[in-house]
Design a binder for this molecule. Structure first.
Ligand SMILES: *Cc1c(COP(=O)(O)O)cnc(C)c1O
Length: 405
């Protein structure tokens, strides 16, 4: 079965191979069935699509640019490097693509209030922007630790009129924020849960993938127009996996395009020092869906770590788990150190400040570029901009580091 058909099947069954599904209380089942129905009818409705595209154009600033990084290719030797510039989307990351789509769904379903979870605050900020534009009330659940770490995004959300609720359970980060948002969604029937990545119970992985697929569609068309051929490699970082699925979705049936997802190996591969879910996890259920998960020795969700707050999640989108098992996508690692070096190199060689999340994908690209022929093309999804990250970057990486080839 082609990968495209397997996605269509997931929309009706809720499963990508053995992954996905709905492991949820009965109280949620009807709500999610109604959401699936609304999404299917929206997808078949030309006017919904038109409105989505209009907002992407006039508000988000799409299509985003595709940029060739000739300076880096020249210095490293080997293949050519291109970036898909999601850092240029409104809000500074790809998150807004999904928020605009889901807010239109919320409106279609008659919801008046939005709830969302956030880790680093990027999805919370994009949700707050979309909610403000549509005049909807918005509450964002965020771990107490993340609130302290990500003050600028908390200020942005509050300025946009969103109510930020501090979550004090457990590790006080993203996992607990998702728990709290799911609980609020169950308790409050008039709300719409705006989920931020290709995770969660069916139909969220399919919904978020659909609204992020614009990244891959644009990149594919831009590459064909500029170079007359497809890239040889398409690389993206994987936290929950939405920017990666958005890029990969357009190339799944193009066998000549190698697809590579990059997970954070953080400080190392010991327990608690990384968030390499697909590399080191095993199948299990968390947050209502079956996928690879990282667990502790009691089988509970593991403590996870990454220098980039947007990648430290102990599970991953179910489609990625399936794509790993089928071998269509390869999942590799980038450490904090490699990531920081990549961050610095892109800053001073190309004049672009990348998010630390995206810098993981860059780090891997910089490793393979010198080994490839000059006519090969490597496309990296630059999922966001790095202005938000300066407070977590050690001083030595805030000045140019040397290229080491
Ligand atoms: C949130 C975020 C990510 C991680 O989320 P995915 O769903 O894995 O894409 C990556 N990059 C940036 C810039 C983000 O804000």
């Amino acid at each position: 079965m082609s990968q495209v058909n397997s996605f269509k099947e997931a929309l009706s069954t809720g499963y990508f191979g053995p992954y996905g599904g709905q492991f949820i209380p009965d109280a949620l089942k009807n709500r999610l069935d109604a959401l699936t129905e609304a999404f299917m009818s929206a997808m078949a409705d030309e006017s919904f699509h038109k409105e989505y595209v209009r907002i992407l154009d006039e508000y988000v600033g799409r299509p985003t640019a595709m940029t060739e990084c000739s300076n880096i290719s020249r210095e490293l030797g080997g293949a050519r490097l291109f970036l898909k510039r999601e850092d240029l989307a409104h809000g500074g990351a790809h998150k807004i693509n999904n928020c605009v789509g889901q807010i239109l769904l919320a409106k279609r379903m008659g919801a008046k209030r939005i709830i969302a979870e956030t880790g680093a605050g990027m999805h919370g900020t994009a949700s707050a922007m979309a909610a403000a534009m549509f005049g909807m009330e918005c509450t964002v659940y965020m771990g107490e630790v993340d609130i302290a770490r990500q003050e600028p995004n908390v200020e942005r959300m509050r300025a946009l009129g969103t109510n930020v609720v501090s979550v004090t359970a457990g590790q006080k980060t993203l996992k607990e924020a998702v728990d709290a948002a799911l609980m609020a969604y169950i308790e409050q029937p008039d709300t719409f849960y705006l989920l931020g990545s290709v995770v969660g119970p069916h139909p969220y992985p399919s919904i978020v993938r659909e609204f992020q697929s614009v990244i891959g569609k644009e990149a594919r068309a831009q590459m064909l127009k500029r170079e007359g051929k497809l890239p040889d490699y398409a690389i993206a970082c994987v936290g929950g996996g939405s920017n990666a699925m958005g890029l990969f979705s357009a190339f799944l049936d193009d066998e000549s395009v190698a697809l590579i997802g990059i997970e954070p190996s953080g400080k190392g591969l010991n327990y608690g020092e990384h968030a390499a879910t697909l590399t080191l996890g095993k199948p299990g259920v968390l947050h209502g869906f079956n996928s690879y998960v990282l667990t502790d020795d009691k089988g509970e969700a593991a403590q996870v770590y990454s220098i980039s707050a947007g990648l430290d999640y102990p599970s991953v989108g179910p489609e990625h788990s399936h794509l790993k098992d089928t071998g269509r996508v390869k999942y590799e690692l980038a450490s904090d150190k490699e990531t920081l070096e990549a961050f610095s190199i892109l800053c001073h060689k190309e004049g672009i400040i990348p998010a630390l999340e995206s810098s993981h994908a860059l780090a891997y690209a910089f490793k393979i570029l010198p080994k490839l022929d000059k006519d090969k093309i490597v496309l990296v999804n630059l999922s966001g901009r790095g202005d938000k990250d300066f407070h977590s970057i050690p001083g030595e990486y805030k000045t140019p580091v040397l290229l080491k080839n």
